[in-house]
Structures are given as C-alpha cells and as structure tokens.
Design a protein around this ligand. Sequence first.
Ligand code: MRU
Length: 369
Amino acid sequence: MNVDGVAYRTIWVNEDGWSIDVIDQTRMPHLFEILNLKTLQDCCVAIKDMVVRGAPLIGTTAAYGFYLAMREDASDAGMENAYRKLYETRPTAVNLRWALDQMQLCLVSLPGAERAARAFRRAGEIADEDVEISKGIGRNGLTLINDIASKKKPGEVINILTHCNAGWLATVDWGTATAPIYMAHDEGIPIHVWVDETRPRNQGASLTAWELGKHGVAHSLIVDNAGGHLMQHGMVDLCLVGTDRTSRTGDVCNKIGTYLKALAAYDNNLPFYVCLPSTTIDWTMREGVKQMPIEQRDGFEVSQVAGRLPNGDIVSVNIAPDGTEVANYAFDVTPARLITGLITERGVINASEAAIAAAFPERAVTEES
Ligand code: MRU
C-alpha cells in the first residue's frame, strides 16, 4: 500500500540483494522506520519483540528467517535449529508453523550447497502468495459490502467495526480485514471504520488508524468497550476481524477482546465476519476454546502505556500502582457459533468443519493429525 505516495510492502529484499527489510512496527505511528534483518537471530527478535506482528507477516518473516539461517548453516542440524528457534518466537499465529513446514519441505531433499538459494526463492513465493490471498479476501469481502450498500440509500455510509490490526501491516500487503475496506473505498463506496484501540498494545490506535488514514478511509478511534453501545444504537453495519489461528471447525483465536465483540454482534443480530487466509487454519485442532494455546505476555504491556510527548520523545508511563499483579492474556477464542461467516481467498463460507473442508479439500485431508 502507499505511504505518502510510495508503494510499500511490510517486508522486502534490501537493495543489497540478500538481506531483508521490514517496517519497525514498535515505533509506529510516531516514527516510520525501516529495520534491516541479516541473521536468523535478527528475525527471531523481530517476531518476539513485535517489530513485525500479525499472523501472515509473522509467517513470512519466519520464512525469510529460515532463508537467512541457511546462509549461516545449511546442514540438517542448521535446519532443525532454524525451525526450533523461529517456532519458539510466538505461540499463537499458526502461519508461523505453516511457513516453517513449507521451508523445510522444499529444502529437506536438497544438498546443503543449494539450500540458501532455494530458501530465498521459496520465502519470496510465500510473500507473493500472501499478497494474492489478501487480495482474494478483499474481492470476496467486497461482495458483502456491496450487498450492504445495495440495501442502503445511495451514498449512505457503511459503518464497519474492526479489532486490533488485521490491516496491511499485519500481512505482506492489503491486509485481511482491511482488504475489503480498501477495495470498497477505492470503488467509491462510502465507508467509515470504527477502530477499537485494542489494549494493551493498542494496535488499533497505533497501526489500524495510521494505515486507514494514509489510504484516506474515514475512521474513528474508539475505546475497546464502546463496540456494544455502538451496535445497540444502529451505528455498526458489519464487523470484520482477523484471526491468528482457526480450528478446522471454525473457532477463531484472535486478539483479546474479539470474543466480546462477537457476543455483542450476536446479541444485536449484526453480521460478524472473520477474514481468514487459509494459512491460518490449524487442521490439527477441532475444539478451539479447549485446545488453542493462549499467549500470555509481559505485564508491563498492561501496567504501562507508551506515547509521544509534545517534545517528540516517545516514552512509557505507569498507569497502575507500583507492584500491581497483572495478567496479560493476549488472545481469546470466538466459537464458530458466533461467527456469521469466514471470508477466505476462495469465497465466503460458513464457520463449520464441512464448509472449511469443502473450500480447502487438499489441505483438509493431508494435514489432519
Ligand atoms: O499480537 P498481534 O499484533 O500479532 O495480533 C494480531 C492480531 O490479532 C490480528 O488480528 C491477526 O494476526 C490477524 S492479522 C491479518
């Protein structure tokens, strides 16, 4: 997408032809800085510290991390080490495991001397595939937005609520939840987005608001607890959220607070759609609430808030008494029964095992454990 007239992806090959550049998302929205990744360790830190985040981008960064690892040690032991170190960076987004499996699969039978070059190509393919997946989600989601528009008066605004950042910054380009929004906006459909701030790390405030603003999409930042009120008063037409891991039965693990938005939408009979790249389906899981691991992160994310002072300094301030016990659950699971549908690159489908397997039959069979 464009940033001040310049087309960017979130991850790309540096002009040196081999190292990898990413946008440092820990500095946004106050600073737009590019970080150069040269080693496996650089990629692990970038994922762990959330320089890059969002399920599809985590997967793509892991693929490039695997490639950089092959430049360091392309032996079988080097492959095992790369897989393990990258796998341990963050637990939720299943795209990470998917990307590592893809890399391993294409490299395992090659001689060591050929592995780095092949890994470079495969990581590039994974990045390009992610862009195509997001575009597919955008096209399919656009049909839903067009349906809503057709039931409104000409020119009447469509209000969409989204949570966290499932935007282009969370993918390689376009985003998942934002792709239909950008496409609708580009077609001249009047859209307004309610952006949940998404405590504790505020990805809505710092990333979604930033990218919607750069693209010229009207939006309002709201506190996380405002969604239910807006839904009760007819101020939301559609909820679009992302996912980090979706069970084969359609339960969705996404940023903490997603479940509460789904409950509110259900109570208000409003459409709640999850934008789902197929790389985010965990074919080994059937019972999301019971089986999905929930990432618990450092308490400082809850007890502190980061922001920019009038003098430009970026600082963190405490908002709780010193020593307060903090629990920081970073994700929750929305059961399939609360989800109106899944917007995938292959169409809009029910959140059910039968519909997911019918849309992706080749993976449903081979990946069940
Ligand atoms: O902790 P984050 O910022 O990586 O969480 C991101 C989300 O929860 C997104 O909604 C999800 O990854 C989908 S991204 C298209």
